[in-house]
Design a protein around this ligand. Structure first.
Ligand code: ZN
Length: 150
């Protein structure tokens, strides 16, 4: 478990220093804000949907290392995917983070599996899930902003 913890910290810090797809986007057709008041994380997510495919995805905003790293890795994971694939990935990541879905196989999530460590810190689960909830909202037709309050 300590290897995973080391990897977790290493990956989180690396993405915090060099977040992927951290930029504004011209021509995005979905722009959704996500806010985690427990920590103060704030994300502006931009998605360019081309038909059913996530052609491009980027984010802006400010937050803690976990929320920034999660958003960075989320954009890498879903870019180029079909909407249904990204929504299925959201469900798996959500299950991994909350522990609600014991059937999630972490090895199927690749590097995203490092976030399983967040489960041991309940106050940080919303930091890690914020970008995913925001993506999920962006992929719905209504595209309403997200506040992770429950
Ligand atoms: Zn946070």
């Amino acid at each position: 478990m300590s290897d995973l913890t080391d990897l977790y910290q290493e990956v989180i810090l690396e993405h915090k220093r060099h977040p992927r797809n951290f930029r504004p986007m011209l021509g995005a057709n979905r722009n959704v804000d996500g806010h985690n008041p427990l920590c103060g994380d704030h994300i502006h997510l931009h998605v360019k949907l081309n038909g059913d495919v996530i052609e491009d995805v980027s984010f802006e905003g400010a937050g803690c290392a976990i929320s920034t790293a999660s958003a960075s890795m989320m954009t890498e994971a879903v870019k180029g995917k079909r909407r249904a694939e990204a929504q299925a990935l959201f469900q798996r990541v959500h299950g991994l983070l909350t522990g609600e879905d014991e059937g999630v196989d972490p090895s199927a999530l690749g590097r995203l599996a490092i976030f399983s460590g967040v489960r041991n810190f309940p106050s940080r689960v919303k930091c890690a899930s914020l970008s995913w909830h925001t993506l999920n909202a962006a992929l719905r037709e209504d595209g309403e902003d997200v506040v992770t309050t429950e």
